[in-house]
Design a protein around this ligand. Structure first.
Ligand SMILES: [Zn+2]
Ligand SMILES: [Zn+2]
Length: 237
């Protein structure tokens, strides 16, 4: 599939400079080769939900959770595990509005999609924030991640088709059962979904409850295939 991904990202970020150490960026990304090699890549993961798995597990084996209760999304593309130094990059991006970090994170997701020969969706849908959270933060991190990907892969980013109808506490602060309840019924379609294959994008997938709930709503709206794109996966299921 993907042709000029690198070239396009180079145009966006030139001249590249490592966000972590200030050295010259490698191959057009705002990250040097050394810092990139140290990132916690999610090398061995459940193909469905991207949960990091032990090395001994055969490739393409689903995790126990996906075997017991298959999620509503088809496949997650998540290049990294949540951990140092990614947690810093993500929180700088998310809570201090450092959009250069966002561009870098978006670049890492794009690289991974290319590597995995991901079949591109018709539409990219950022996980929406509730209006009150959006006002507080000033931007939706998922939308900022989606934008460069939409531009480079020439796919529309649809940010109004689904809304979050109530404010929900951050998933990271809750235990597993509470997470599921926290997001149940939190998303609503605002119109007709004109795509059969969509990708949801978020920054971090914690247990998958949020993207699973959103995938449920999109399927009800007619989506036949729902992928999930994110920067990092937390290890706890
Ligand atoms: Zn560096
Ligand atoms: Zn899984």
């Amino acid at each position: 599939m993907v042709y000029k991904w690198r070239k396009k990202i180079q145009l966006v970020t030139f001249p590249a400079c490592c966000t972590l150490c200030g050295a010259e960026g490698d191959d057009g990304l705002d990250l040097c080769r050394g810092c990139r090699d140290e990132l916690p890549f999610n090398r061995q993961a459940c193909p469905r939900c991207a949960l990091p798995l032990p090395d001994a597990v055969p490739e393409d084996a689903l995790c126990g959770q996906c075997q017991r209760a298959p999620p509503k999304f088809d496949r997650c593309y998540i290049p990294l595990c949540y951990g140092y130094p990614l947690d810093h990059l993500i929180s700088h991006f998310k809570f201090r509005g450092k959009l250069a970090e966002g561009r870098l994170l978006s670049g890492l997701v794009g690289d991974f999609l290319v590597q995995q020969s991901c079949e591109l969706p018709e539409l990219i849908i950022p996980v929406p924030l509730h209006a009150s959270r959006l006002r507080e933060r000033g931007f939706n991190q998922a939308l900022e991640l989606a934008r460069p990907l939409g531009r480079c892969f020439e796919r529309p980013v649809e940010r109004r088709i689904v809304i979050r109808n109530r404010p929900t506490p951050p998933q990271m602060e809750l235990d597993k059962g509470a997470r599921r309840k926290n997001v149940r019924g939190a998303f609503e379609l605002t119109g007709q979904l004109r795509a059969r294959h969509v990708a949801i994008i978020d920054d971090v997938v914690t247990t998958g409850s949020t993207v699973n709930e959103l995938a449920t709503v999109l399927r009800r709206g007619g989506a036949e295939r729902v992928d999930v794109w994110a920067v990092a996966r937390r290890a706890g299921n």
